[in-house]
Structures are given as C-alpha cells and as structure tokens.
Design a protein around this ligand. Sequence first.
Ligand SMILES: [Zn+2]
Length: 303
Amino acid sequence: MDQLNFKTGMAFNYGEPAPMGPGIVRIVAPNAGPFTFKGTNTYLVGSTSLAVIDPGPDDPLHTQAILKAAGARQITHIFVTHAHRDHVDGVAALKAETGAIVCAYPRDPQATRIALEATPSGSYFVDYNFMPDQALARGDVIAGGDWALTAIHTPGHAPDHISFALEGRNVVFSGDHVMAWNTSVVAPPEGRMADYIASLEILLDRNDSMFLPGHGGRLEDPQRTVKAYLLHRRWREQAILKAIKDGAQSILQIVPEVYQGTDAKLIPAATLSVQAHVEFLIEKGLVSTAACGLTLDCRLEAV
Ligand SMILES: [Zn+2]
C-alpha cells in the first residue's frame, strides 16, 4: 500500500504548444526542479478567444511562447490555480502584454503572511502579495468565447488552491492538487491535511475523464488516481497513529518509524508531511499534545 504507481513519462518540447484535446494546448515552462518536475504546465483554452491557466514563472521566453501560441487570438482571461511562485510569477508580464483579467481565489493576506513568515521558505515559494482582479469563490463560472470554466475550491496543498472544470468536456485542470508524477506536497502552515483530504473527496464525487495537472503528464483515469491517493494518506495516517501508540512521543520520533529507509535528503519533507498528519489527528481528537503546542519535539499521546 505504501507504493503508488507514479507516471513520470511525458513527451514535450519546452516552449512548444502540444494539443491536450479540442481547444486545449499545453506549454511546459523551462523551470524544472525537485518540486516542479519538468516545469510548470501552462494551458491555453478556447479557439476564438483564450483563457490561460497558470502563466508559470516569470520567464520572458515562456511568456513569448504563450503569446506565440495564442497568435491572433486574444487572451481575455488569466486563471491561477494558486499563488505559488512557479504558477503566478508570470502573471504580471502576461497581463501587461494582453490586458487580460486575472481570476483566482483570494488568499487571506494577513493570515497567510503571519503563518508563512515563521517558515524559512515561505516567501520563497508563495507570493503572498498576489491579488487577482476578479476574486473567485467555489462554484463560480467564468465564460469566454467558446469556453466556460467552473472554479472548484480545492485547498490542502495551498489554502487558495482552485481546480478548474472545463464545462461540457469532463476535463479538470487540477493544478498541484492531483498530479500523476507525484503526490501533492501538504506542508504546514501553507498546507492542511484535513483540507487536502476533503478536496480529494470533492474530486472523487465527480465523473471526469481527464485531469490536466500543474506539473507532469495528463491523468487519463483520474478517479482511480484520486482513490489511490486517498488510500495512501489513510494508510500513512494509520501508520503514524500506530507509531504513537507504540511509544513514539513526538513528530521527530515518528518520522524514522514511518519513513524507514528514506533518503536523508527527503527527511525534511517527510517531517512536514508527518506534522500535517499529526495536526489532522489532533483535529479529529485521536491524538493529544502537551502544552507546548505542535512543535516537532512536543510530546504526543494517543487519546
Ligand atoms: Zn504549489
């Protein structure tokens, strides 16, 4: 159960639009990395006027590739799945070139800023000053020339994360919430496991035939992947609860129990993931924590 079958194959050329279905093309940005896989996927949707989903990093070559793919067609809307820099930093340049309306779920700037400033990597990954022109709420439908996108608020990886359903097509742009190449990073305080699980369940209740993620190749059997990810997280949660019952007294003590044989490089990420699970177990009343709160060495007890 620990093993998930990730799909890491992906045929593409940087800067070249590749068709993903009628009226949808993908351009991969040249920002490959451990969290971004081959780079951020930018999608162009429509055939008369266009929506761009996730302009990607602030890279003039990538912005030019988007404009070239659009050709004579006007880009009327820019949609952002979440305000992580690899998705949102390219918004300003593309908006300056096109005058498009920027649509995204608004973050609570105060709350996230305070939480993230306590983490060393917060402002590195998150643009907490990003503000859309048009704030989206769950269920909002935005329509353009020959397309309509419905906002599905799917927090968990990020509090502002939105997946977009392309109306009439059973296609969802799943951002960093569900990807084929790897599971989503759920790292507190930006990430929240309770939200992530609830957001997976929202997608499980739908009947889509394809997800187009923010990184990596398309998912052709998305419900199956969502189900596998839910089972995987439940399995991990049970393993963490068992470790606590067996005597692990803190997050730091749980990590080597649950992630045996894990590469030392991945331990910081594994620690954040355990922290996210422990937060969720506390919220569910299955684990209690001593007065020190939820620090990595704070004493935990199964309830
Ligand atoms: Zn992200």
